[in-house]
Design a protein around this ligand. Structure first.
Ligand SMILES: Cc1cc2nc3c(=O)[nH]c(=O)nc-3n(C[C@H](O)[C@H](O)[C@H](O)COP(=O)(O)OP(=O)(O)OC[C@H]3O[C@@H](n4cnc5c(N)ncnc54)[C@H](O)[C@@H]3O)c2cc1C
Ligand code: SF4
Length: 339
């Protein structure tokens, strides 16, 4: 690992100024992703600005009835919060589906949103990778591509976003609060991430020095009837192959509204708006859930090794929505957390 400096800052403005003013500087939160990437030589910051002591570490009731979650809240505390568990079970389940208990005790909300892809070529500095070394090529397309994106990728990069939490937050229309060099501002989660296009190294719309300070989730009356289902290669301690975050509002057997987002199938948490539109006013049946999934997945553009994800995503969407329509709990067990 290359030598690097380490500083703390008294407040978000000072931290933002430190990172904005030095191209090699990076924020350090729990370090569970950044330090791993430093050990691999993928990230080579010359200065770490530790923000763990200055980010809000509490969850507050927001003015409109939702929740404002400090960016320094540990993943374990988020999943354990009684309001999150009762009002937004899909979020608690998504967090519990990620990493391990020990990692969740350290990982923060802000760091979880900005964790980097797990594409094996990105993590191996002996290999070319357009995301890590722009213009060097994408060996994943002709190599190991089973886990690449089926939606939203480009010929330059089709790596998936690894966060489970972000998928639930996408379904909930979360808003990210940022303190940048010019002061605070709010960014809808739907506008936080960029698709790769020809610049896969540019993953978000944030600027250098933009510090995430909080995430706000609006009130959503039917979010109590929600779930997160993650399919992975082994039962614990693994990133998703496909995941679905869903909330369903059914009245008299008819879907009034729904929220749907997909994980591990796109370079960003993928909000399934085509499926949501098709479902509104339709019978809450497996047939219509399948049609909605087909509408969303019509744009899928998989490679041969990732084509199975199209069928898998459809099946998981239908299954989760059917369970929610029947009033059954769906997704990983909230009492669990053993992953
Ligand atoms: C073995 C293993 C398994 C895992 N499995 C899963 C999984 O299944 N699902 C899943 O979702 N995650 C998984 N993770 C990832 C884990 O959730 C992330 O590493 C963690 O959430 C990152 O949070 P952190 O606070 O440690 O971030 P850090 O590692 O400190 O930072 C990550 C990035 O975010 C930046 N950053 C941090 N905080 C801020 C902020 N407030 N504002 C702006 N930039 C910031 C840092 O500069 C860095 O670039 C796994 C990790 C490991 C090691
Ligand atoms: S898919 Fe993206 S991250 Fe993976 S090798 Fe290709 S360019 Fe790199």
């Amino acid at each position: 690992m290359r030598p690097f400096g380490y500083l703390t800052a008294p407040d978000p403005a000072a931290a933002a100024a430190l990172v904005a003013g030095r191209p090699g500087a990076a924020f350090l939160a729990g370090g569970t992703n950044l330090v791993d990437l430093m050990k691999l030589g993928v990230a080579v910051p010359d200065l770490l600005v530790d923000v763990t002591g200055l980010l809000p570490g509490s969850i507050e009731r927001a003015a409109g009835g939702g929740l404002r979650i400090g960016a320094g809240v540990r993943n374990s505390d988020l999943a354990a919060d009684p309001r999150v568990r009762a009002e937004y079970p899909l979020l608690a389940r998504a967090v519990l589906a990620g990493a391990s208990g020990q990692l969740r005790n350290v990982a923060t909300v802000g760091g979880n949103l900005l964790q980097r892809t797990r594409c094996p070529y990105f993590q191996d500095v002996t290999k070319p990778c357009n995301k890590r070394a722009p213009g060097s090529g994408c060996p994943a397309r002709s190599g190991e591509h089973r886990n690449l994106a089926i939606l939203g990728g480009s010929p330059h990069c089709a790596a998936t976003h690894p966060s489970d939490m972000a998928v639930a937050l996408a379904a909930l229309d979360a808003v990210v609060h940022v303190h940048g060099p010019a002061g605070p501002r709010a960014v809808p989660l739907s506008g936080l991430y960029r698709l790769p296009g020809g610049e896969p190294d540019r993953e978000t719309t944030l600027d250098r020095g933009d510090l995430i300070t909080a995430v706000e989730i609006p009130a959503l009356a039917y979010a109590g009837n929600s779930a997160y289902r993650k399919v992975r290669d082994r039962a614990s301690y693994a990133f998703g192959v496909v995941s679905v975050a869903a909330a369903l509002d059914v009245d008299g057997g008819v879907v009034r509204q729904s929220r749907l987002a997909l994980g591990a199938v796109a370079p960003l948490p993928w909000r399934a708006r085509a499926a949501e539109r098709l479902l509104a006013g339709r019978p809450a049946t497996a047939e219509w859930f399948g049609r909605a999934a087909d509408a969303e997945l019509a744009a899928a553009d998989p490679l041969p090794g990732s084509a199975f994800k199209v069928t898998l995503a459809r099946n998981v969407m239908v299954r989760v929505l059917s369970e929610l329509a029947g009033g059954e709990p769906a997704g990983d067990d909230l009492a669990g957390g053993a992953s």
